[in-house]
Design a protein. Sequence first.
Length: 281
Amino acid sequence: MFYLIGLGLGDLKDITVKGLEIVKQCSRVYLEMYTSILGCSLEDMQEFYGRPLLLADRDLVEQGADEILAGAGESDVALLVVGDPFGATTHTDFILRAKEKNIPYKVIHNASIMNAVGCCGLQLYKFGETVSIPYWDETWKPDSFYDKIKLNRLHNMHTLCLLDIKVKEPTPESLMRKRKEYMPPRFMTVAEAAHQLLSIVEKKDSLEKNTVLNEQSLCVGLARVGQESQQIAVGTLLEMRSTDLGGPLHSLIIPAKEMHPLEVEFLQQYAPSIKLDDYNH
């Protein structure tokens, strides 16, 4: 049997009882930590689970799925995923490959940022399409995600922005030499995301009258959701550009233009200056 097991968002104890029982019985257990990270060390996880864990890096997950699935038809093999197994589309490929090979599989779900984001008080059923904000570089500055934020705002829906993670990214120079060398890990902050969004807003303002998003638009920044050190900050897009929420992982929310009174009341815990009349038209 092949198992995809969600670990939740906090630490090693967030695994479900069912998931932990399966981990202890498997012949091999892989840990995937490139699409997200957990707030604990590999050594602590191995001690708590009582067994060694095989690290599944980006190359293995994206190109070595057959290696992970090998033998799963005769013995139990598990892939541990931070959050929920289907929080990242990468993992659906494992299910498709298992089906092709007639390998039985089971998925053990857990909390992910997609539902835990409700901790800020915004109602989950009012979220529109989730977007990903990638790191920019000198030659690549994509902004297509802005159109999705715009569409959500026009339909009075909140937008969850997942911020870029760079783990085991090869350097451009090493790709040229065909010998991979990796850049240090990077995790986008809410301040970096706000900076890029403001750049897009300024460009849109110069090309057309932009009424969807501006530097005074309300934003919610979240850090380390589900962990003891979780932080939430509420402020304008301009204020978020200088907000420091500490270590990873961060997420950014662009709320709808209109909010339920309970949503506004909850956000006032973090920004007392918010007025209900401004978001209840």
